[in-house]
Write a protein that binds this ligand. Structure first.
Ligand SMILES: [Zn+2]
Ligand SMILES: [Zn+2]
Length: 235
């Protein structure tokens, strides 16, 4: 099995007019027979509404991975706890008691990730890197290279890519927030050139901004996928 299926449940932009479009991120990832929810979006309302319209059954989620503790990534915990109680929820390093209690209060089972962790065969959580805040990424191995999932990428994309390639090898695709929506154009261009040079396919979401998408679309359309809430992507 090599295909990785990603459904964008919550995002700042949508490809489906009926979906709620809110600042935040939540991705459903299906790989190696496992179902992983990567981040929760800003609210239960957005998560529930969009999951329902997309026919996504969150009771089937095997594990939750929280990239970092910003509110636009953690707000949907009450809904997930309601539909999938006791789900193992992997939290980034230095989470603190208050947030772990919040996860617990909502019926989920918090586990703080202290270092690189393989949660299932072929599926890893990176060690957290300080942005601020501490942020972890999710990596799914495929025969043609690794897929990197990022929440906001506060520590910087290059920092994550180097750490992931050091530990698990070549990245062929990155999907998620890249934190470039308010970055100077010189930084956006630097990031685009970096991605093009490494031939990494990008699926920029959430806080990535339009400039990166436009730059990559012109430079090499085969290395970019335009997506939003409602997109289903096979990688
Ligand atoms: Zn964010
Ligand atoms: Zn953030």
């Amino acid at each position: 099995m090599s295909d990785v299926e990603v459904t964008v449940i919550v995002n700042d932009e949508s490809v489906e007019p009926k979906l709620k479009t809110v600042h935040g991120l939540s991705l459903l990832i299906e790989a190696y027979g496992r179902v992983i929810l990567f981040d929760l979006g800003p609210s239960s309302e957005a998560l529930q509404h969009n999951a329902y319209l997309l026919n996504v059954d969150l009771s089937l989620v095997d594990a939750l991975v929280i990239s970092h503790l910003h509110s636009d990534h953690v707000g949907g915990a009450p809904y997930l706890g309601w539909v999938a109680p006791s789900t193992t929820s992997y939290l980034p390093y230095a989470t603190g008691c208050n947030f772990a209690q919040y996860i617990k209060r909502n019926g989920l089972n918090p586990v703080e990730v202290l270092d690189w962790t393989q949660i299932y065969p072929g599926i890893h959580i990176s060690k957290s890197i300080h942005g601020p805040p501490w942020e972890q990424s999710l990596i799914v191995e495929t025969p043609s290279g690794n897929i990197l999932f990022t929440g906001c990428c506060h520590p910087g994309l290059g920092t994550f890519v180097s750490e992931v390639e050091r530990k698990v090898g070549k990245i062929r695709a990155v999907i998620g927030g890249l934190h470039l929506s308010r970055a100077p154009i010189s930084i956006v261009e630097k990031t685009a050139i970096y991605l093009l040079g490494k031939k990494i396919l990008s699926v920029p979401l959430h806080c990535s901004g339009r400039e990166l998408l436009e730059y990559l679309s012109k430079a090499n359309p085969s290395l970019i996928i335009k997506a939003g809430a409602g997109s289903q992507i096979t990688l």
